[in-house]
Design a binder for this molecule. Structure first.
Ligand code: FAD
Length: 453
C-alpha cells in the first residue's frame, strides 16, 4: 500500500545523535521539522540495552549541547575522565593526564544521550518525530522520498523542500547523491574490527578500576580500552586484527579466548566474568573512514554527521564533529537566514577541510594508542610537551588539547600538530629525562624554536 503526502516542512532523515540535535537547532530558528528514524522509539521500546555503549564527549560536543541548553542535563549523567591509564602486560599502570587544570573528556551512554535529545525534541512543538520509518529511496529530481514503515510494511512517498541527511555512515540520502554526476566518494576499511566487552562492577556497585580515567591496554598491533559507566561497570572495546596470529580469526574457542586474555590482558581478565560468552555473542564490527563531496545539492539536500564524514573512533571525535556541524550550521543560519543554497554551500566549503583533517588524525591516533603510549620515550616526549605548554602557554597547545579542548578548526590543529612534531624531533635528542628540560642548552633551544614560530 502507498500513500502520498506533500510536505512543506524541513525534512531530517535519521534521528540519531546528530539528527536529533540538528532538529532542535532548526526548530529554534523557527522552522517546522519532520524527523524520520528507521528504528523504533528508543524511549518507548521498553528495552534496556543488553550492553551499555559509551562515547567520549569533549569540548566541541559540549558547546553544541550548550547551544540548545541541554549541556547541564547531560553533565548529570556524564563521568569525567581526567587521564589515560595504560595497563602493561604485567598489570603495571602508567597515568597520563589529558590536559591541564583538571581538564577532562566525559564518558556518556550513547543510548542515554540519544534519549535525552529525543525527549527535548519532543517538547519542541515545531518538530514531529516519525519512528519506524526507513528511507528506501530518494528521488533527487522530483524531491521525493520513499519511506517504509518497518512494522506495518506500508510504504509512503513524501515530497521535501529541504532534506537534511543525518542517517549515518551508510546514509540512504548520500546513496542517492552518489549516483549523480561528479560526486566524489571513498570508503576505507581498517584491517581491524572491534568487539564490545564488559568489566563488571564490584558487589556493591563499585568501580574496580579507577573511575575517572579512560583505560588502555596497548599491545602494539592491537589494544583494548575501557570507559566507565554510572553503574560501576566499564564498557570495553577490543580493537583487533581480523586475520593473523593474534586476531579474531585465531580465537575460535572459549578456551582460546581465555588463554589469550590470560596472557595479554591478565589484570583485566578476573574483572570480566562473562568474557567468553560476550566474545562469541557480541558482533565483530568493522572500522571505516568515509569521505565524500559535495555534501549538498543546491538548496535541496545537505549531509551532516557520519553521513558526510564517518571516521574511525580513535580520537573520540566522530560524534563531537557531527555536533560541531550543528554549531557551524547554526552560525550560518544566523548569518544568511533561510537562504538555504548559501547556507549549504558555505557549510560544505568551511567544513570539508576540517573533517578531512579529523579523519587523518583519527587514523593516526590508533597507532599512538595501541603502540606509542607503551613507549617510555613517547611518554617522556609528552611530558616535555606539557612543560613547553606550561612555559609558553600562548604559543604551544598540545595537539590532543587542540582537538579535544578547543574549538580551533581541525585542519589548523593538524597543521600546528605537524609543526610541533618537527620541533620535538629536533629537541628530543637533547633530552633523556624529564629534568633535562631545565638544562640551559635545552632551554635555549626551546626559546629559539618559540621565537622562530
Ligand atoms: P548515527 O549515530 O549512525 O545515527 C544515524 C541515525 O540514522 C540512526 O538512528 C539510524 O537508525 C538512522 N538511519 C540510518 N539509515 C536510515 C534510513 N535509511 N532511514 C531512516 N533512518 C536511518 N564519537 C565520539 O565523539 N566519541 C567517541 O568516543 C566515539 N566512540 C565511538 C566508538 C565506536 C566503536 C564507534 C563505531 C564510533 C564512535 N564514535 C565516537 C563515533 C560516533 O558514534 C558517530 O560519529 C556518531 O554516532 C554519528 O552520529 P550520526 O547521528 O551522524 O549517525
Amino acid at each position: 500500500p502507498t500513500s502520498a503526502v506533500v510536505n512543506e516542512a524541513l525534512t531530517v532523515m535519521g534521528g540519531g545523535l546528530v539528527g536529533s540535535l540538528l532538529a532542535l537547532y532548526l526548530a529554534r530558528h523557527g522552522h517546522t521539522v519532520d524527523v524520520f528514524e528507521r528504528r523504533e522509539d528508543l524511549r518507548r521500546s521498553g528495552l534496556v540495552e543488553a550492553r551499555s555503549i559509551n562515547l567520549a564527549l569533549s569540548d566541541r560536543g559540549w558547546r553544541a549541547l550548550e547551544g540548545v541548553g541541554i549541556a547541564d542535563a547531560v553533565r548529570q549523567v556524564a563521568i569525567p575522565m581526567h587521564q589515560r591509564i595504560m595497563h602493561d602486560a604485567r598489570g603495571q599502570l602508567t597515568a597520563q593526564p589529558y590536559g591541564q587544570h583538571n581538564q577532562a573528556i566525559y564518558s556518556v551512554s550513547r543510548a542515554g544521550l540519544n534519549r535525552t535529545l529525543l525527549d527535548l525534541v519532543e517538547q519542541e512543538p515545531r518538530v514531529r518525530l516519525h519512528f519506524n520509518q526507513q528511507c528506501r529511496r530518494v528521488d533527487l529530481r522530483t524531491r521525493t522520498l520513499e519511506l517504509l514503515h518497518t512494522e506495518t510494511g506500508v510504504t509512503q512517498t513524501r515530497t521535501y523542500e529541504h532534506l537534511f541527511g543525518t542517517d549515518g555512515a551508510f546514509s540512504a540520502v548520500r546513496g542517492a547523491m552518489q549516483k549523480t554526476e561528479r560526486f566524489n566518494f571513498s570508503q576505507h576499511y581498517l584491517d581491524y574490527g572491534y568487539k564490545e566487552l564488559t568489566i563488571e562492577a564490584g558487589p556493591a556497585g563499585e568501580w574496580r578500576l579507577e573511575k575517572h580515567a579512560l583505560h588502555i591496554w596497548p599491545r602494539g598491533q592491537y589494544m583494548m580500552i575501557a570507559l566507565p559507566n554510572l553503574d560501576g561497570s566499564f564498557n570495553c572495546t577490543l580493537f583487533f586484527p581480523y586475520e593473523g596470529p593474534a586476531s579474531f580469526s585465531s580465537l575460535q574457542t572459549p578456551e582460546q579466548v581465555r588463554a589469550f586474555f590470560q596472557e595479554v590482558f591478565a589484570d583485566a581478565l578476573p574483572l570480566m566474568p562473562n568474557l567468553e560468552q560476550e566474545f562469541f555473542e557480541n558482533p565483530t564490527s568493522s572500522l571505516v573512514t568515509i569521505r565524500c563531496y559535495p555534501w549538498s545539492m543546491a538548496d535541496e539536500v545537505v549531509l551532516l554527521g557520519d553521513a558526510s564524514h564517518a571516521i574511525v573512533p580513535f580520537y573520540g571525535q566522530g560524534m563531537n564533529a557531527g555536533f560541531e556541524d550543528c554549531t557551524i550550521l547554526d552560525s550560518l543560519l544566523q548569518e544568511f537566514g533561510p537562504d538555504w543554497g548559501a547556507v549549504f554551500r558555505e557549510f560544505q566549503q568551511r567544513r570539508k577541510p576540517n573533517t578531512d583533517a579529523m579523519a587523518d588524525l583519527a587514523v593516526y591516533n590508533f597507532e599512538e594508542m595501541r603502540d606509542r603510549v607503551a613507549d617510555p620515550r613517547f611518554l617522556l616526549q609528552k611530558k616535555i610537551e606539557s612543560k613547553i605548554s606550561a612555559q609558553y602557554p600562548d604559543q604551544w597547545l598540545p595537539l590532543y588539547s587542540q582537538v579535544t579542548f578547543s574549538h580551533r578548526p581541525y585542519a589548523e590543529a593538524l597543521a600546528n600538530g605537524q609543526r610541533q612534531e618537527q620541533i620535538m624531533q629536533r629537541l628530543m635528542p637533547l633530552i633523556q629525562t624529564e629534568a633535562d628540560y631545565d638544562r640551559p642548552e635545552v632551554q635555549q633551544q626551546v626559546a629559539a624554536e618559540m621565537a622562530s614560530r
